[in-house]
Design a protein around this ligand. Structure first.
Ligand code: URA
Length: 212
């Protein structure tokens, strides 16, 4: 998996405040939203465009517009919802699909409990948003699901990633020949025994939406 850790002082600043346990939910939501927009700028570097000509008040000018079919943004429920607006702000014509994934506690595999996606994703560029790439089980299952439906390429945007999660993605998709990219604000040290990213920022869903 091609991984980009966005190295920018504004990203680092916003991430530092997100990590702070004293940051309240409203501030956390706002900062997560702003951070996603900065990550989205990098993540959309390969978005497909087609060439067009427009007429300025002075003369014709060549340019580009986002190409059809438009990209699909897929938040992984629930925490991925906190990253959706930041994405669609930069990609207002994108369609949005939803994937609900949960870990089956007996098999320890990620399972899909809700989907609202086009059946046929042929030729679609897909942006998956999920704040934390921890073990990688959920992201790998989501990406497999999207490729099964024909997605052309998948870019994951995560606020934080753990080396274990990246290694898992690399193992699962080694030699698949499918284009998968990860754009993240930081690559942290490791996972702890509870599967939390260290130093991380805690439970992203709880920090966004409270413990429900
Ligand atoms: N999910 C979270 O919300 N936080 C982690 O640290 C790991 C997974």
């Amino acid at each position: 998996m091609e991984t980009l850790v966005v190295d920018h002082p504004l990203v680092a600043h916003k991430l530092t405040v997100l990590r702070d346990a004293n940051t309240d939910s409203p501030t956390f939501r706002r900062l997560a939203d702003e951070l996603v927009t900065l990550l989205a700028y990098e993540a959309t570097r390969h978005v497909r465009v087609s060439e067009v000509t427009v007429r300025t008040p002075v003369a014709p000018a060549g340019g580009v517009r986002l190409a059809h079919p438009y990209p699909l943004v897929v938040p992984i429920l629930r925490a991925g919802l906190g990253m959706l607006d930041g994405m669609t702000r930069l990609l207002p014509t994108a369609e949005v699909g939803f994937l609900g994934m949960i870990r089956n506690e007996s098999t320890l595999q990620a399972e899909t409990y809700a989907t609202r996606l086009p059946d046929d994703l042929s030729g679609r560029q897909v942006y998956v948003v999920d704040p934390m790439l921890a073990t990688g089980g959920t992201l790998a299952a989501a990406v497999e699901f999207l490729f099964e439906r024909g997605a052309e390429d998948v870019t994951a945007l995560c606020l934080l990633a753990a080396p274990e999660g990246i290694a898992h993605m690399d193992r699962v998709f080694a030699g698949s020949g499918r284009p998968i990219r990860l754009v993240t604000a930081a690559l942290d040290e490791r996972l702890n025994e509870h599967g939390y990213i260290v130093p991380g920022l805690g439970d992203a869903g709880d920090r966004l939406y409270g413990v429900v």
